[in-house]
Design a binder for this molecule. Sequence first.
Ligand code: FAD
Length: 463
Amino acid sequence: MSEVQIVWLRRDLRLCDHAAFTAAAQAGPVVPVYILDDETPADRKMGGASRWWLHHSLKALEKDLGRHSSRLILRRGNVCDVLRDLSEETGAKTVHALRHYEPWWRRAQGQLKDMLDLQLHDGNYLLPPGSVTTGSGNPYKIFTPFKDSMFDAIHGFDILPEPSLSSPDRWPKSETLDDLDLIPTKPDWAGGMRQFWSGQHGTGAAMERFEQFLEISKDYGEDRNLPGEDATSRMSPHLHHGEVSPRMLWDAMSRYHSEGARTFRSELVWRDYAQNVICQFPRYAEEPYRDGYDDKFWRNPNRGHLIQEELEAWQKGRTGYPIVDAGMRQLWATGWMHNRVRMITASFLVKHLLIDWRHGEKWFWDTLVDADYASNGTNWQWVSGTGVDSNMFVRIMAPLSQSEKFDAGDYIREWVPELADLDDPYIHDPQAHGCKPKDYPAKLIGHKEARERALETYRASKD
Ligand code: FAD
């Protein structure tokens, strides 16, 4: 009998296009394990919404493994301790895993390599970070040339099929999914998420949704900016938790040749780009890249600024800016927010309220089902103007005109019921039209005043 192989799963909860599963299955009976480790990531342990998604993802994977008469072993604790114990219990000398790049996973992978035979495989990104470089051989810092090089480098993918798995003579013990305590109960705040994502977990459901998206993908280039339309793929949580790989989506898209298909692929490249940035600057989600945006730049409670109340108004969707409030309420209810609205809400926090982007990044980390160290950090720094390739700080988005331009009326009606009776154009800016809808707050600050304050702060920081 060949030797038992462990497959250590993290954000790669699928069976197909999974090089670690494929390699392990070729070498011997496979023990798949997921370890809930809140110690290794330290203050980056998974947020509440991601944990909710993880529960459903693990459940779907258990079912998929069941089709192969296999199981998912669930454990809790420090990954290094758990994998050492599991390797002793099963006699497995080799652990296979897909390579992960978050700084805490890179450290853990390094430690594990000293302890056991850890075989790391690629596959959670289109190409492994570092695959494309500038003419001088350095990693890219700027998105557009990175994207062009990625398009040149990718010539299609051979998608790995689900391997056939054989089981060990004896299965090691496992906790149950409920033991992991990933679902909120007291209070149960996940009702909106259950409704929004009903029946949409796991590889099969994700690919079904993606096939539907492919049918409308030719209009993606334009419609992706309209928050009121269901015109984007909503693949982000599936990709983040690894129920599908970006290679699978790229490959499925190859039957389509529209402009929309190309734009979609560019968006997938953003995900690789974010990872490429984090590999170069591991603390990118924690620290501004550009000088001059430290604590002193932002409004600060230590200097008497009452930011807490405004931060909470933003979090709860009570800023008096309908598009911002709709987005923040969609996020709270469903764990997801439309990309255009993510940009508007992030910009509002940073430029209108002059609150350090890291407060927003942390809130998104806890509330997004797709909260991703690389994508979240990179996008927050991009919006804030503090990043390596970013929008300038002085380019201040006007939320009210964005709302009109991208036809957000129905989106606002859906998420801000206090405004549901207002027609366009009043709904975008009720205060400016003299409407005072019951229970809807006045603006925290006027747009003109906020813009001048932001520009003045920027000018002063340069003196
Ligand atoms: P689609 O438009 O269908 O795009 C397909 C896929 O491409 C997405 O699922 C995603 O994997 C990738 N993608 C698209 N846009 C981006 C982008 N700007 N950066 C990186 N990848 C992208 N995305 C996350 O996955 N996790 C995050 O934590 C996250 N935080 C964000 C924070 C802010 C402030 C902003 C402005 C954007 C953030 N994004 C994040 C990027 C983007 O908003 C989401 O990926 C997108 O809205 C997900 O919806 P979708 O799957 O329908 O996207």
